[in-house]
Each structure stands twice: as C-alpha cells, then as structure tokens.
Design a protein around this ligand. Structure first.
Ligand code: CP
Ligand code: NVA
Length: 300
C-alpha cells in the first residue's frame, strides 16, 4: 500500500486538517510509535523543527534518529531514493528538511513509510499546522478571519496561505515586486478554496487584519542574495505603525528565527500582540498531532 505523505498542507483534506489539530490538543497523546523509530534528515540548520519533531516522537512512545545532511550525503554517498528505502526498513516515519523540494518528493516516491516535509525551498507545512493551531486557540472559529502576510512569498507563506485557504481565512499579501506569489501557487490556493489578494503596499494588506505575519527576507539557501533582498524589502518591516492599521485585537505571528530591525521591529515581536512563543511551542503539539494522524492512518 502507498504510504500517506505530508509534503504540503493540501496533502490533507480540510476535514483531516481539523483532525490533526484535534489530535494536537489531545490530553493523552496515543503511544502509537511505541517501539518504533523516526528517521529525521536535516540538510539545513534547525532549532524549533528538530526539537519539535524529536519530542513529538518521544511523546508518542517512539525514538527519533536525527541525521545532518553531510553525514548522509544525498546524491553523493547515495541517492534520495536509496536513503528513503533504507530508512523505511528501520523507521515508522521519515522526516526531511531539504534544500530542494524535489528531494523530499523523490524520497516520498521511494519510501514504504510516510515522509514528512520538515521544510524545503517550496514549503514548510508543519509550521503552517502550528500557525493555524495557534490561531484556532486564539480565535476559535477561523473562517472569515483576515491574515496579512508582509514580506517574501516564500516557503512559509506558501504553506500558510494553503492552510488559510483550507480553514476559510482570507489572505492579503504585501510583497515587493519580484517577490510575490507565482501563478502556480495562486492556482493551488484557489484549488484549496481560497484566494490571496496581492499588493506591493504593506499598509493595504494589513488594514483591518486579524493576523499579521512575516518571515525573514533571506531564507536558508539564499544567503548570496541577502544584500539585494535587504534593498528590495526596505519599507516592509512590521513595526508598531503598521500593526496599528490592523484590527484592534490583531495578533502577530512569525515562524522564527526573527531578525529584529529587519522584517520585524523588536517592540512588535516582543510586544503584547505577539504570539510567537505560543506559536513556537505549538510546533511540538502540531507535529505530534500530524505524526499521530499518519501513524493511526497506517493502522487503518
Ligand atoms: N520555524 C522553524 O522552522 O524554525 P527552525 O528553522 O529553527 O526549525
Ligand atoms: N523561510 C525561512 C524559514 C525558516 C524557518 C527559511 O526557509 O529559511
């Protein structure tokens, strides 16, 4: 049987997404990985994701084995496919944080167990699960809420906008020219039942928003572009003046790590509207919910 993978949020149906969020909040996590392992590959650095997924596996009764990119050497020591085949013999689930999204797709194509995307250049779906969990805890019903994204239409934006579409949240994205979401992604959001209103003016996107979210201007793997990006994103910092345009009860989200004084002002990320610490802890709960969902599915 083909295993169930999680490479992007819309690999779940909207109903399954709610199931994952409910499992994330289960008082007693099922010990469904008891005696089993999770093979976790990290081609890029990670603090939150690695800790969240390792502890999620532990709380489900399993044992995580994390590997750094160079010790595995995808397409140097062996192919992504061979690694996935080998890990499938040891583990109940595979997680991978990769440079190229294609790598995690290739792993999923060869694996005999579920593969979870722990961040690629195209998507960060476990982050989006934590984001909507955080918003559900704050707002209860998500349908009809308005989320403003300010900055790069990057991996985090792509997954969050899909999760928003699947939960009925309207998205307004302010991105500098050249950093807006592509047509293919907008079509995918539409297929998930949502829409992204794109502008180059942060103040328009944020007007009346319930949620303001941003991310770094330069993602991992784009370090060579940092200077060009710093220039392009000038004027896109989320500061108090920008937050003042949002709704009175608006909250601020950031996947972290944050760069105070670049994409976000210190008094916003550290201010009373910021939910970033709850959001980061929810990485654990959301990932545990997802792994429980996938493991339970394997037993169906
Ligand atoms: N938000 C997030 O994925 O953080 P890490 O890169 O530290 O895992
Ligand atoms: N967009 C960022 C997210 C880090 C969690 C990156 O890919 O580096």
């Amino acid at each position: 049987m083909t295993p169930r993978h999680f490479l992007e949020v819309d690999d779940l149906t909207p109903t399954e997404l709610v199931e994952v969020l409910d499992l994330a909040e289960a008082a007693e996590p099922p010990r469904i990985l008891s005696g089993k392992g999770a093979g976790l590959l990290f081609e890029k650095p990670s603090a939150r994701t690695r800790n969240a997924v390792e502890m999620a596996v532990v709380q489900l009764g399993g044992h995580p084995v994390s590997m750094r990119g160079p010790e595995v050497g995808i397409d140097q020591r062996e192919s992504a496919e061979d690694l996935a085949r080998v890990l499938s013999g040891f583990h109940a689930v595979i997680g991978a944080r990769v440079f190229a999204h294609r790598t995690v797709v290739r792993m999923a194509g060869a694996a005999r167990v579920p593969v979870v995307n722990l961040l690629s250049d195209a998507a960060h779906p476990t982050q989006a699960l934590a984001d909507v969990l955080t918003l559900r805890q704050r707002f209860g019903t998500l349908s009809g809420r308005r989320l403003a994204w300010v900055g790069d239409a990057n991996n985090v934006f792509c997954s969050l906008s899909l999760a928003a579409a699947m939960t009925g949240i309207h998205v307004h994205a302010a991105c500098p020219a050249g950093f807006a979401p592509g047509a293919e992604h907008l079509a995918r959001v539409a297929a998930a039942g949502g829409e992204v209103v794109v502008t180059e003016r942060p103040e328009d996107a944020v007007e009346g928003a319930d949620v303001v979210s941003t991310d770094v201007w330069t993602s991992m793997g784009q370090e060579d572009e940092a200077e060009r990006r710093r220039r392009a994103f000038a004027g896109f910092m989320v500061d108090r003046a920008l937050m003042a345009r949002a709704g009175r009860d608006a909250v601020f989200l950031h996947c972290l790590p944050a760069h105070r004084g670049e994409e976000v002002a210190a008094d916003v990320v550290d201010g009373s509207q910021s939910l970033v610490w709850v959001q980061s802890e929810n990485r654990l709960h959301a990932t545990r919910g997802l792994l429980a969902f996938l493991a339970l599915g394997d037993q169906r």
